[in-house]
Design a protein around this ligand. Sequence first.
Ligand SMILES: [Zn+2]
Length: 652
Amino acid sequence: MPRNFKSRSPLGPILESRIEPATTPKNPHTAQTQTPRRPRHDHPKRGAPSTGGNYQFQKFGGKRRPDRPRRDAHPPAHQPSRGPLKTTNIPPLAPGAIRIVPLGGVEEIGKNMTAIEIGDDIIVVDAGMQFANEDTPGIDYIIPNTTYLEERKGKIRAMVVTHGHLDHIGGIPLVMDRIGNPPIYSRNLTILLMKKRQSEFPHLKPLDAHIVEKDSVITAGNMRIKFFGVTHTVPDSMGIIVETPYGMIVTPGDYKLEQSNGLVSEREEKEYKVFDNQEVLLLMTDSTNIENPGWSTPEKEVHKGLETIIRSVKGRLVVAAFASHIERLMKIIEVAEVLNKKVVLEGRSIKTNIEVAIQADLIHPKKGTIISMEEAEAVPKDRVIILSTGAQGEEFSALMRASNKTHKAFRLETGDTIVLSASIVPGNEMSVQRLKDNLARHGVKIIHYRTSEVYVHSTGHGNVEEIKWLHRKTHPKFFIPIHGHHYMLQLHKELAHDMGMPNENIIVPDNGSIIEIRERGTKITMLKEKAPSSPMMVDGFSIGDEQDVVIRDRQMLAQDGMFVIVATIDQATGKLKKSPDIISRGFVYLKESQDLLHQSRMIIKKTVEEGAAGQNPINFDYLKNALAENLSKFLIQKTAKRPLVIPVLVGV
Ligand SMILES: [Zn+2]
């Protein structure tokens, strides 16, 4: 059901009944109140709103008010006409040259997407998403800017996807239509995860998905593409090789190495054998852990650690993990089954991912191993393992709700042991602290990576020694560091340089940088022109790269609230019909600010009546701007706050 917009309007009933759009306002703030009010579901381009409201939004680790409608089930509307082409300043690709355009993932961790263009063909590697943060209040998530691709969609031959994490596949449902729905290639589990996500957008075309194996070869236009298997936290992760006349372009996606004390496993060596005696023209690779020295902890050590805990713990065990660590989730279920324990899955993303892993034939839990929370009531406590989301203290995750007693079925008890099988993602420190505090109030035992005697977590990305190993194995001529904040990419550049690569062979890109390999594969250069790169914000139904005004307003509202004035003007005399109405939210407590209100009304009256004097007809735009300016100035002086001032003028 579309929500009832009138009852939730922050402006109250006055605006609903009294606004008459008088003129076309130029001020973006006044513009909002003058737009005929239309519920967001009723988008002009799409006709009647969909009513498919049963779909749940899969938001791993995000914060969403539970009472907000699940908007992803509805058609995301496109922005109004995108206007003239935006990339006409970019020169066409010269014959024989190769162009690389990182569209996302190189000034951040997340929303990875890279285009590779050779001749008349483009392939796109990954299309990820990123969750909103404090800089983008109210935004659902962010995807890469695809303008460059949209304007060249006739050249796009394939989308090739490295693995099934949201920072690599999350943008796909929103991006595919924009870039002409090219065929998608990936391995089985990744395809299943993408299809699952696509099914949450029922109005979209199904994906033209093709399963490849790591020894497959595909052709996309004139490009030949090969793959190799990589170790990550999700099965079926793969690296991509594009063959060119001058050597291979290689990108492994997210990877770490299977190794023990720096001795890389034979299985792993075999995967990378493909680069022996081969020219690698260009390597583009992950910089996530460039600041972590040494080798990463092998995942099998974490499996051992968790097994030790599962075997030894008395009472009920809760393991909170990332839903994206599918291998770890699978292992816990496997160990539980061996020890004749039952597993309860809590949290939608964990349930979904296990369901997909079963569908992909990666695990085969016996009937009765995975049970519901209600069924677990009848099982002795020390035979129950709860696999839960929420290790980052996400506000509405299963574990957080259990910890603050708002979860209906999942209740914590003294005697429970809780393993936080995750490190703290930077930025989540406070929410994890809150989680631990909440948990501690239940008298439970908490084991986390800093206090545990055994490994309970390791990263999915290779540390510096693994990064070096990859550089040695692939021995590229040119190098573009990707996946990381700018500083990380710089560090990665320094690493490649220290390993012997000339600086002129390395390009540190920004999102939208256009990099070309020219002169028969002998020179790499970055164009001065850039592809549009402002991030596309997905906000309810709208997707767009020009939401700065909206975001700025939200930031102002969050800081100092809003101050709405509604004034009725007699058009014949230019005088106010009555004392103006003032409505505010999040600014000051009006009941205790009578003097401020009184003075504000005087300023409104003075501004309107002096401004309108001698005008016929009255220039409403002029009056609104004058009101916003005078009131803002006055309120700052009186309160040292800057609320969003919204003047509404009604002419009668
Ligand atoms: Zn990943």
